[in-house]
Design a protein. Structure first.
Length: 282
């Protein structure tokens, strides 16, 4: 029986410092060799997925938190936000003095206040990458270059924005943004641990990993009962709700582990491999 696995990226395949367990690579490639399908399912833009993740090989991908999906190189659907919604979010961030990113399918654009903050942040993450890689026995690890170069917001095509991410000095910014923006938008805690008081992700209500998985399964003619979803962050919650077998990583929030019901080990402690073994994919 062919099954399909949807895998989150950050905290599931990729440790936030950019290290990947060798067993994760083996698990994904072996599952595909065994006739199963493996799709990425990430909040990241397609153009913002680390090359080391891409080169593992997949059957398709859901990106931008559910706004885009591909099967191989074939675009299955694309749902950027209407321009008026993007304009409203930008106006909100600027009024609240919140630094933010605009995310198209191809690139990520950063507001003026983001640069210096992230330079220091990513320098620390690269240091952690080396420590994690050496702990995994990857002795050839070298200090990686920055993962992405964020472009200025002024260069963004505001008619092609799929999702936004924000960094706030306030500790309650996620709840406040949801209350201020209302039911039109879906505000959740950020899936990547950025600096600041708190950070979050905002997309349109109804556009999430779960809604995208339902659409992809329908296109592929597959049953949700045969679908597996593995993740660690709040943007994985709706994925857990629609697949037959949800699995939370060991490094996930305790509330997400409870929501999934099934829990594997941490991202660098063979989490994907152990889940695939238990589920019979490898």
């Amino acid at each position: 029986m062919t099954r399909i696995a949807f895998l989150d990226v950050d905290g599931t395949i990729l440790e936030h410092g950019t290290a990947i367990a060798d067993s994760t690579i083996t698990a994904i490639r072996t599952a595909r060799e065994n006739g199963h399908l493996v799709y990425l399912c990430t909040g990241r833009a397609a153009g913002d997925i680390h090359p080391k993740v891409r080169e593992i090989g997949y059957d398709g991908a859901i990106t931008n938190g559910g706004a885009y999906a591909v099967r191989g190189d074939e675009l299955l659907f694309a749902d950027p936000m209407p321009r008026e919604d993007t304009d409203r979010l930008i106006a909100y961030f600027e009024a609240e003095d919140i630094d933010y990113f605009l995310q198209s399918n191809e690139a990520v654009y950063a507001s003026d206040g983001v640069g210096a903050m992230l330079d220091e942040y990513f320098a620390e993450r690269r240091k952690r990458h080396l420590e994690d890689a050496r702990r995994l026995g990857q002795t050839d690890a070298v200090d990686p270059e920055p993962i992405v170069t964020y472009r200025p917001v002024g260069e963004a095509d505001l008619d092609a924005i799929a999702k936004t991410t924000f960094i706030s000095k306030r500790s309650d910014s996620v709840d406040k943004a949801q209350a201020d923006l209302g039911e039109r938008f879906h505000v959740i805690p950020g899936s990547i641990p950025l600096p600041g008081g708190s950070n979050g992700e905002i997309g349109l209500a109804g556009t999430n990993k779960g809604s995208a998985i339902v659409r992809v399964l329908d296109i592929l003619g597959l049953d949700a009962a045969d679908a597996i979803g593995i993740g660690d962050s709040w943007n994985d919650a709706e994925m857990f709700d629609v697949v037959g077998t949800p699995v939370a990583m060991g490094n996930a929030d305790p509330a997400l582990k409870e929501r999934a019901g099934n829990v594997t080990t941490d991202v660098l402690d063979d989490g994907v491999w152990n889940a695939f073994v238990k589920l019979g994919l490898v």
